[in-house]
Design a protein around this ligand. Sequence first.
Ligand SMILES: Cc1ncc(COP(=O)(O)O)c(C=O)c1O
Length: 386
Amino acid sequence: MHYSLVSDSWGKEEVKAINKVIKSNIYTYKGKYVKEFENKFARYFKTKYAVMVNSGSSANLLSVASLFFKKKKPLKKGDEVIVPTLSWSTTYYPLQQYGLKLKFVDIDMETLNVSVDDIIQATTKKTKLIVAVNILGNPIELSKLRLFCQKRKIYLMEDNCESMGAKTNGRYSGTFGIVNTFSTFFSHHISTIEGGLILTDNFEIYNLLLSLRSHGWTRDISKNFYLKKDQKKYENYCFTLPGYNVRPTNLNAAVGIEQLKKLTNLINIRRQNHKFFFSLFKDDKRFIIQKFNKEHSCFAFTLIFRPKYKYIKKKVFAALKKNKIEFRLITGGSFFKHPVKKYFDYSKYNGSTMVDYVHENGFFIGNHPKNIKKELTFFKNILQNI
Ligand SMILES: Cc1ncc(COP(=O)(O)O)c(C=O)c1O
């Protein structure tokens, strides 16, 4: 049996959607599906605005950039940002690229998230932004963090790229920050091949994102949002921000519309798979498995060898390879184990013992948008024999 890391969540509807775009002969983001997908995505998550881009990484980039170009209280080079020690590389990169100082807060080994109390403790007068990352379908205590940020006038950004469709206290993760990012890359909860989205309730941020997405020009934003009256005449090609081109295509968006219709069901399937995984591994003394919040959108199944059983790691990894069970480092592993850290201006609030342990002794296997009882049973049997 080949137990792969990811599988397809598409059906014939997505193929039809692509064909519709081909027939329309309008492939770029100016076709009608990008706007339609954005509107539907925003409505699904009960937020005001969605902006689609070409990846979750671009969603992070534009989100950080938009906070630098806000008229009131923009972020400035040298400001402090709090981040968790476990995330994907491109959660961190825009923060470095815009000259922020990163303060890392270590994760909790069971949830793989940071505790909000630790974030609060780590905050100082210099802290201007907190990036909350919801790891592998498991939201952190976002209500508490949002309240804290509101009180202290600190920007909250959620990197929700791994947790689409999860909720905490009945509210979707990815809706608590001033900017909130999602990935729709192939392996994620829904797939537009490549793709990403940003959600915001802030009209100014929305307009900044539209401009930053597309060359920094004013053409896509609400009439004259960033223009003085006498600049009106240049509107077709008026560049007001040092932006990018990270636009999606009409093809990605048309597929996204079909995928969004399936999201609730896809999350339910993932939760069912998780139930089964949990029943197989909850009493296995060799591993720590991720502790989920009730309304999770389980992305993958993590296993961390407990100290007493670290020595079986080599055997387990060899058996998985031999039996074609794909596995990976948990999310991006420890930031501190990657050479790229040398480019960053960073400090650690409470060390990195937990994330370093997870990096050395943890791995994940895939959850899928279909029933995988057979694969999980196969996996359990392989581990049983070690
Ligand atoms: C937490 C997190 N942020 C950002 C990204 C980047 O998303 P993308 O691969 O769409 O660029 C990922 C990718 O999986 C991720 O896990």
